[in-house]
Design a protein around this ligand. Structure first.
Ligand SMILES: Nc1ncnc2c1ncn2[C@@H]1O[C@H](COP(=O)(O)OP(=O)(O)OP(=O)(O)O)[C@@H](O)[C@H]1O
Length: 232
């Protein structure tokens, strides 16, 4: 097992305003799996993703990646680990406005000992011809491609995507999902996609459904559908 999540609990606030957001999450994933993490608003999806990504800390439980428990690491080790092994794609692209597309992707490459070839990646992403433009000269879909490029150029073991198509129209969303699928096939990264879009579960190997901070369902898809064929 590549990724192990065991007994994760998390609360926010204290006293009357205390909310128990995650109430004991256990799940695991193999390398190269795509997991769709679904659940109603407020069920704890982003909180779990942030804990997986080392952006937030659990109250209890642990995350182990390839046998290494992130909770046992010092702050410095964790930062290095995050830089090297995790890629994050957000709904808002968070690109650096005064850097070119190429430079935005290179920012990710600098963080890695083992980066992918930036030119080749830009070609895979369909961004090569736009490489010298600034983010605001591109469409939303192209900006999201750049954000995926920045996350993936590190060749991270795990790619965490929080509503990666949340701000995009139907066709662009499908393109981005196809791209995530292509990247997973080509580089074998383990992918977790947090989404409200139930259709995305059909392209995933594993489907995990959260409700009220608990996993209600966790199953493997017998028949995956290519992202290109999803409809909603
Ligand atoms: N930093 C925080 N401080 C206080 N409460 C928080 C914080 N972050 C999240 N919460 C609360 O935790 C609960 C779960 O939030 P989370 O964002 O994980 O849910 P979600 O399933 O991702 O929801 P959505 O689909 O709407 O993004 C919510 O009730 C939210 O208000």
């Amino acid at each position: 097992m590549f990724l192990e999540i065991k007994g994760i609990t998390k609360h926010f606030g204290d006293g009357e305003s205390r909310v128990n957001v995650l109430k004991g999450i256990d799940m695991s994933m193999e390398k190269g799996e795509i997991c769709a993490l679904l659940g109603p608003s407020g069920s704890g999806k982003s909180t779990l993703l942030n804990i997986l990504g080392g952006i937030d800390q659990a109250d209890d439980g642990y995350i182990a990646i390839d046998g290494e428990r992130t909770g046992d690491m010092s702050e410095k080790e964790l930062t290095l680990y995050r830089r090297k092994h995790l890629g994050y794609v957000f709904q808002m692209y968070n690109l650096i406005p005064n850097l070119s597309i190429r430079e935005n992707i290179e920012v990710g490459a600098y963080l890695s000992d083992n980066p992918l070839d930036v030119d080749e990646l830009m070609k895979t992403l369909g961004l090569y011809e736009h490489r010298n433009k600034l983010p605001n000269q591109l469409s939303g879909g192209q900006q999201q491609r750049t954000a995926i490029g920045r996350a993936i150029v590190k060749n991270p073991d795990i790619l965490l995507c929080d509503e990666p198509t949340g701000a995009l129209d139907y066709h662009t969303s499908k393109e981005i999902l196809q791209l995530i699928e292509d990247v997973n096939k080509k580089y074998g990264n383990t992918v977790v996609i947090v989404t409200h879009n139930g259709e995305i579960e059909h392209m995933a190997d594993r489907v995990v459904k959260l409700r009220d901070g608990v996993i209600r369902k966790n199953y493997m898809n017998e028949h995956k559908i290519p992202a290109m064929d999803l409809e909603w």
